[in-house]
Design a protein around this ligand. Structure first.
Ligand code: MLT
Length: 240
């Protein structure tokens, strides 16, 4: 089984998506919030790139049926019900609703891989569960990181490494099957786990802390708090 990591979405070829299980990661915070929305009882999550499209879809479905969530620059979009804090999605607000989300990078990353056969939603909170689901498929694995504004983001790379580390529990990853980027991510994860890499100094993490989202980053970086693995198919995200 080959494993590769795309550090920033948008540069994959169709070849990479063929017969491949894709895991999309935007650990801070879009994919963590999407997993939380499913755990909060949402019927489904619909990711949109443009906030205007999110509003248009919500007005078609009707306010009673859906919840609008998302951010730009980390801050809740004006007029939306929720921002992008995972804990907001664990409340009764999303229960039995369709959650429509638009975020700066994460929802774009999801749209960029929609031609893939199988797309799973990954984060630190479900790293072992998502690794198990992907490993049991038996396909090659491509972890697609959202990054931040077109640049690789250490938080996503570290999480990709955490998922690769967990894949090894369920599948034999032979020498040469893990790409150089995968080796870099796994090394970063091991360093973080051994407390020799400090994620708090990195750009997106420290920006969120600066905006007052300390609780969010702690939540997002607590490994294996859930077994929920959402999957993205035909424009909607539901529990696998
Ligand atoms: C994004 O999609 O860029 C984010 O998840 C940003 C954030 O709210 O932390």
């Amino acid at each position: 089984m080959k494993i590769d990591v795309l550090p920033v979405f948008g540069k994959q070829t169709d070849y990479q998506l063929k017969d491949t299980t894709v895991i999309v990661v935007d650990v801070l915070r879009a994919t963590t919030s999407i997993i939380s929305a499913i755990n909060g009882g949402a019927i489904k999550v619909v990711p949109t790139i443009d906030p205007g499209d999110a509003v248009a879809l919500a007005s078609r479905l009707g306010a009673r049926e859906c919840v609008l969530g998302g951010e730009r620059g980390g801050i809740k979009i004006n007029g939306f019900d929720l921002g992008n804090s995972p804990k907001e999605y664990l409340t009764r607000t999303v229960k039995n609703k369709t959650v429509i989300v638009s975020t700066t990078n994460g929802t774009g990353a999801l749209h960029s891989v929609k031609s893939a056969d199988k797309i799973l939603i990954g984060a630190m909170i479900n790293r072992t569960a998502v690794a198990k689901a992907a490993a049991c498929d038996g396909n090659d694995i491509l972890i697609v990181c959202a990054g931040t504004d077109g640049q690789p983001s250490a938080d996503d790379l570290l999480t990709a490494g955490a998922i690769i580390d967990a894949v090894r529990i369920y599948a034999d990853v032979r020498e040469g099957e893990l790409s150089d980027m995968g080796i870099i991510c796994e090394t970063l994860y091991k360093d973080w786990n051994a407390e020799s890499f400090d994620i708090s100094k990195t750009f997106h993490y420290s920006r969120l802390v600066g905006l007052g989202f300390d609780e969010d980053v702690k939540f997002c970086f607590t490994p294996d708090t859930t077994d929920t693995v959402p999957c993205y198919k035909d424009g909607v995200i539901v529990k696998l």
